[in-house]
Design a protein around this ligand. Structure first.
Ligand SMILES: O=C(O)C(=O)C[C@]1(C(=O)O)C=C[C@@H](O)C=C1
Length: 111
């Protein structure tokens, strides 16, 4: 969140209530978009798991995760977002992918 926003002043209570409602509506839309993007990101687990299995690479790739964290830390600092929380979000996303990859490989072995 860049800290260059203007402080909002409200005409009256009704105006503030409208701002709250509109903001929540937009947040609901953004949450849906985020969820859709999480599904898209996780859907690469199948191709990645099979490719790594073919090459003989493990599911967990520390170097790749370190580079993701580095990128996210830079973006967080630039946008004044809490770095620790951004890193936690990325950890959750990579965990989703790793769990999915392990499940795909388990099913691939057990038929
Ligand atoms: O890029 C990979 O090798 C992946 O498996 C994807 C991913 C990720 O979710 O970004 C997941 C697990 C790895 O440890 C690193 C990255």
């Amino acid at each position: 969140m860049k800290n260059n926003y203007k402080l909002k002043s409200f005409k009256d209570k009704k105006d503030a209530e409208k701002v709250l409602l509109d903001s929540r509506k937009r947040i609901d839309e953004i949450d849906n978009e985020i969820f859709d993007l999480i599904c898209q990101r996780t859907s690469f687990a199948m191709d990645i798991a099979l490719a790594k299995d073919y090459i003989g690479m493990p599911v967990y790739d520390k170097k790749r995760e370190d580079s993701i964290h580095k990128k996210i830390e830079k973006l967080s600092e630039k946008n004044h977002i809490d770095v620790d929380i951004s890193n936690q979000i990325m950890d959750m996303l990579t965990t989703l992918s790793k769990n999915e990859q392990k499940e795909i490989l388990r099913r691939n072995v057990n038929g």
